[in-house]
Write a new protein. Structure first.
Lengths: 567, 359
């Protein structure tokens, strides 16, 4: 049994950790440490989020009046395009995997790093270059007005900076592939001894499923964007109808990536929620294997439904029917997850702190986002709802209500581990409430006006919709304030928050079995392989004021197990 | 279950580490397995990267089968076949190189790697001859497709332009090799010498390609006899031209007839449908031939980029052969580059029949 001295060495906040063992900007710019790369990613994607968020606020302000309040029509087109492109390619896709996943994944495996640290750093610099290209599109003065989907033939004819932007998206695709490849290999080959697939935390199952999509779908986007660039520069006649090309082929190629990409965005978020719900209910996750396999099922089904974005683009009716039917099947694994989360909450010992508030918001918002997806997957209804605000509201419920909410929840959950400092929980919850309320106020009216026929992407609209737009605009500002409050709370905590122990939340996955913040090598002691959802394996230690594994605790003070160790 | 005792405190002492095993791996096996899985996943992404083009090929072939059947006669099967043999041979030498590395035989591995690189460069040389010949004839992508029936004399100006960079590289590598030799950096001298030989492979390929074309054209003195064998295309080509040109092309068909049975088939085929096709030729069909070449250039161009990337990767392996890095327990990178090289080869094995052979 471990002596108090060894316990202190392992779990007490170390004076030298990964944040301060080397100093100077070079130690960050050339680091191969997954934690540091994750933090750089975190700063990057947060900057992208705030910038694209400002674009969103400009859009909403413009739509406050039905004639359009402040922008020219051209500027309006550029604003929503850049909002979409930066949010999708530079923020949501890398947000959870590349920022949070990078920091947490190797530690959850008890490993020192990801399998390919240099590729990990390359992924980050590709992100910088790709995002830089998107910015170059803005700074070139020509902007980008195709919508984030780059649909042909408009993207071939427009005078805006399509080549900059598509090249940026192409590079960001490689960044995403590098992350996915790294995670697949790391999870396959670098698990701790005794850590079988079914002892992995569910966050890793979801990251694994995400990585499969990143690796299989992103190359298709890559070649599509290259062909689009070739079409613009040389008119090769593959997508351009002027030269006998087929613009609908572009839509097929584009959605073959971009529909799976929707699951790149939501699956890691679902993984975070599985962790949060279980830890903050202090109850074993209900239906572990169902949640695990539903992630893989979503990843695979995600490849078979791209045609539902093209119900009105002129596909054959048979194909449309098939796509519609498969679209409905995606609801099954998604519902499996939601029901299992709810069953986990049942009779759990629920702690309503900031991460849990975000997790509960997620379940509510994702529920609405998912169910409205069924309306859009229904052929007859979609003919009416296609390209209306109903679609806009639907995917914002999934991407913002789902992914952004889970991202923030995950940040609050792992923040004490990353920086070794605790945040102000009351202010965290205030931020969460503002995000939740602002979000609903923004997007719920959009369902109503969408179902009444308000088309998306219009710079001006019929006066009858004005009241909905005004609610929506007010909500957007509340949402914006909520996000800023959340990040201020986090930033303050990172520098000034009170020190916290190695495992303040009594979580049982391996990343909590090291000091906060961790050592450069993650673990100075081989982590003790436990079931990630057996919370009774962690016991309170008074001197350290934190939870530590039962095996390392002082035997005189260890309370007896409440639940059997094995299941 | 592990119990915390001082022995379980990990020391993280990097000093005794094998320089070829990264600190975050437990063992050489774990490192090798990770790399192997990584390269296989990478190859999957490569296949999917090309898949978009294969889908485009399939779709346009379904939409315009006649154009695809006829347009592929513009491609020189002999040069394509030669390139296929070159690449297959390079795959063999690559496999032998991996085998040598597994045995820790750095010298053999270096020789095989060098042969592989030379073959890769030869492939590019032949490809340059093919491309430049087509550009001479005005066979570009869809929008700029401007085929004109003529027989360019001498070396194509396009070929000279394409060869500028290889020529500069050749001079540079020879210079670097000589300079390294003079400053007594033998390893660098060998490396740059090997690279010079590699670039020399490009010119060898180009020469062989030019020679081959001259030989096959020798019978009737028309390098483009394959073209003449496809009257439908000719008519499509010549709709903007006057009657005289059309007749001229028929004459060529006759010339060709004498030398080639295959052409004979095509010609009699023309006898059945020639007039109907001629009547229908009011449609601007020549543009659809351009679509075939758009796809051809995209597919072979992307493949050529992969060949160049392969040469760079092989050069790295070659350098490490010279530095005697490979040992029986550490040869992963040779294996990974080898797998990549086989994939590039395999893609060509699909491209060759799809573009050159299928009637």
């Amino acid at each position: 049994m471990a002596s108090a001295e060894i316990r202190n060495k392992i779990f007490d906040t170390p004076s030298v950790n990964y944040l301060n063992h080397q100093k100077g900007w070079k130690s960050w710019a050339f680091t191969l440490d997954h934690k540091r790369i994750g933090i750089m990613y975190l700063i990057g994607v947060t900057a992208a989020l705030l910038l694209a968020g400002v674009f969103a606020l400009v859009l909403r302000s413009h739509l406050f009046s039905y004639q359009g309040a402040m922008l020219s029509d051209e500027m309006y087109n550029q604003m929503f395009t850049l909002h979409g492109a930066i949010m999708v390619f530079s923020f949501i896709i890398p947000s959870v995997p590349a920022a949070l996943g990078n920091i947490v994944l190797p530690m959850m495996l008890g490993a020192k790093d990801v399998a390919f640290p240099r590729m990990n750093l390359a992924s980050f610099y590709l992100w910088i270059i790709g995002t830089g290209c998107l910015f170059a599109a803005i700074l070139s003065g020509r902007g980008l007005d195709t919508g984030w989907t780059f649909y042909t033939p408009y993207s071939i004819d427009t005078s805006s900076a399509v080549i900059f932007a598509t090249f940026g998206a192409f590079v960001l695709g490689f960044s995403s592939i590098f992350t996915g490849l790294n995670f697949l290999v790391t999870i396959n080959t670098m698990r701790a001894p005794g850590q079988t697939w079914f002892k992995l935390p569910l966050f890793l199952w979801s990251l694994y499923a995400t990585s499969i999509i990143q690796v299989l779908a992103t190359p298709v986007l890559g070649i599509t964007l290259l062909l689009l660039i070739a079409e613009r520069t040389m008119h090769i006649g593959i997508f351009d109808p002027t030269y006998g090309g087929d613009p609908v082929l572009f839509q097929h190629f584009f959605w073959f990536y971009s529909h799976p990409a929707v699951y790149i965005m939501i699956l890691p978020a679902m993984g975070i929620i599985s962790e949060l719900i279980s830890v903050y209910s202090q109850k074993r996750i209900f239906g572990y294997s169902f949640i695990a396999f539903s992630s893989v099922a979503i990843a695979l089904l995600g490849f078979l439904v791209w045609g539902h974005h093209m119900f009105t683009s002129g596909q054959s009716p048979v194909v449309t029917l098939i796509f519609s039917a498969i679209t409905f099947t995606v609801a099954i694994p998604s519902a499996v997850k939601v029901f299992n989360w709810l069953a986990t909450l049942y009779k759990g010992s629920i702690l309503l702190n900031t991460p849990m508030c975000y997790a509960l918001s997620f379940i509510f918002l994702f529920g609405i986002g998912g169910l409205t997806g069924l309306f859009l997957g229904t052929l007859s209804v979609d003919i009416h709802l296609h390209d209306t605000y109903f679609v806009v509201a639907h995917f914002h419920f999934v991407m913002v209500g789902g992914t952004l909410t889970a991202f923030l929840g995950g940040l609050f959950h792992w923040w004490p581990k990353i920086f070794g400092r605790m945040y102000n929980d009351l202010m965290g919850r205030v931020g969460c409430f503002l995000v939740f309320a602002g979000f609903n106020l923004t997007f719920f009216p959009q369902f109503v006006m969408g179902s009444r026929g308000m088309p998306r992407r219009y710079a001006s609209y019929d006066p009858e919709f004005q009241i909905f737009h005004q609610w929506s605009t007010v909500g957007a500002f509340v949402l914006g304030i909520g996000i800023v409050v959340s990040f201020v709370v986090l930033a303050y905590a990172a520098f000034r928050g009170p020190r916290c122990g190695s495992n303040p939340f009594r979580a049982a996955s391996l990343e909590w079995q090291t000091s906060s913040p961790p050592d450069f090598h993650n673990f100075i002691h081989k982590p003790i392989m436990t079931d990630p959802y057996d919370f009774d394996s962690q016991v309170y230690d008074e001197t350290l004021d934190t939870y530590i594994p039962r095996e390392l605790a002082d035997p005189a003070k260890v309370p007896p197990r409440k639940t059997p160790a094995h299941h | 279950m592990a119990v915390a005792d001082p022995d379980n405190i990990l020391e993280h002492d990097d000093h005794h580490h094998d320089p070829f095993i990264a600190h975050h791996f437990e063992s050489a096996e774990q490192q090798f397995d990770s790399g192997k899985l990584g390269i296989w996943i990478f190859l999957v992404t490569e296949v999917l990267f090309f898949s978009g083009l294969f889908v485009a090929y399939t779709l346009y072939r379904i939409h315009h089968p006649e154009i695809f059947q006829q347009a592929h006669h513009f491609l020189d099967k002999n040069l394509g076949a030669m390139n296929t043999i070159v690449l297959l041979f390079s795959s063999l030498t690559m496999a032998l190189g991996v085998h040598a590395a597994q045995n820790g035989d750095n010298k053999k591995c270096g020789i095989y790697t060098l042969i592989t690189m030379v073959c890769a460069a030869m492939f590019l040389g032949v490809k340059a001859v093919e491309y430049s010949h087509k550009w001479d004839l005005g066979i570009f992508v869809r929008s700029t497709f401007d085929y004109a029936e003529h027989h360019p004399e001498g070396i194509s100006p396009y070929l000279i332009k394409l060869s500028v960079i290889p020529a500069l590289l050749l001079v540079g590598f020879i210079g670097a090799s000589v300079f390294s030799k003079m400053t007594e950096k033998d390893l660098l001298a060998k490396f740059f010498g090997g690279m010079a030989v590699t670039v020399g492979g490009y010119f060898l390929g180009a020469l062989v390609g030019l020679g081959f074309m001259a030989l096959t054209a020798g019978g009737d003195a028309h390098a483009s006899h394959e073209v003449a064998a496809s009257p439908l295309v000719l008519q499509a080509m010549s709709i903007d031209e006057d009657e005289k040109h059309d007749e001229h092309s028929h004459e060529e068909g006759d010339h060709d007839h004498a030398g080639d049975d295959h052409a004979h088939d095509d010609h009699s085929h023309d006898g059945d449908h020639g007039h109907a096709a001629h009547g229908a030729a009011k449609e601007p069909m020549h543009r659809d031939v351009g679509t075939f070449f758009s796809i051809y250039y995209c597919m072979t161009g992307l493949h050529a980029i992969h060949i160049i990337a392969g040469i760079i990767a092989l050069a790295w392996v070659f350098w490490r052969c010279l530095a005697l890095h490979w040992r029986p327990d550490y040869f992963g990178p040779v294996d990974y580059v080898g797998l990549y090289w086989h994939l590039v080869d395999l893609i060509w094995i699909y491209l060759f029949p799809l573009l050159y052979l299928i009637d």
